[in-house]
Design a protein around this ligand. Sequence first.
Ligand code: SF4
Ligand code: SF4
Length: 264
Amino acid sequence: MWQREKKPVVGVFGFSGCAGDQLAILHMEDELVDFFTSAEIKFFHMAQSHQEVPKVDIAVVEGSINTDKQQKELEEIREIAEVVVAIGTCACYGGIQYLGENQEVFKERMKYVYGNDGVVPEFSDLVGQPKAAKPISDFIKVDYAIPGCPISKENFIPIYAKLISGLYPQKYPYPVCVECKYEGNDCFLLHGKFCLGPVTAAGCRAACPSFDVSCVGCFGTYEGANYPSLYDKLKEIGLTEEDVTRKLQMFGGDAVEKILKGEE
Ligand code: SF4
Ligand code: SF4
C-alpha cells in the first residue's frame, strides 16, 4: 500500500458501457470537491483531457471489454496500478451487452452482419477487433468490485474513502432484501410478484422496491444467494426457468452463468 501521508494517485478509466458510472462520480455534487482534492486524479476519461499516466495507486475501471485493443489497454492499466477497482455492472459482470454469449456465437453474428469472416479491417486501428463482451476480471486481477447500473454514491464513497486512506474495504455481506427490510417495504414475493432482491448484492438501499418497483438485479449477484430457492419461488408465480435465467443474466451476466454451470 502507498504511504498515507501522501495523496494517492488515482486514474478513472472507461471501456464499453454507457459511461454512467463516471457520470455518477461527476454527479456527486456535494462530494465532488473532496473527490478531486483528496487524491491526485491524474486521469479521468470523462472529465479531463488525455494524459500519459506512468503509475497510479488506484485504477477505477468502468465498462466491459469488447475488443482486443481494449484488452491490451486494460492489461497495461493493471501493470501500472497498485489496486484495481471495477465500477459498474458492465465492468463487474459484463453488463447488458454480455447477453450470455460465447465467442463463437458472437463471431457468427459478426459474420452475418459484416461478412468477411466477421473481421472488419477498418475497426483495427480505431477500436480493435470486436469480441463478445466480458467483465474485466476475465482478463486481469480485480481487487475490488463496486457494481450498480450505475453505481450509487452510497456504495462508492465508503469503499473509495477507505482505499484512498490505505484501508481495505469489506463487501456487503447481505442481499438487497436486507436493505429492503430496513426501509420497511412490503415484499413483492409475498404478493406473487417478481423480484430479484434475494440474489442481488446490496448497496443501493433497495432503491426500486422503495418506489414500488421490483428489483431487476442491477447491482449484480450476491455471493451467498440461494438460486434454487429463488427459481422455485419465481416458477411458482408463473415464470419459466428460461425467463428466470434471462432476467438473472440481464445484469448478472458472466457471474450468473458461472454459478448456474456450477463453476463458482
Ligand atoms: S420486495 Fe424484493 S428486495 Fe424487497 S424483500 Fe421482497 S424480494 Fe427482497
Ligand atoms: S433495487 Fe435492484 S434494480 Fe433497483 S437499484 Fe437496487 S439492485 Fe438495482
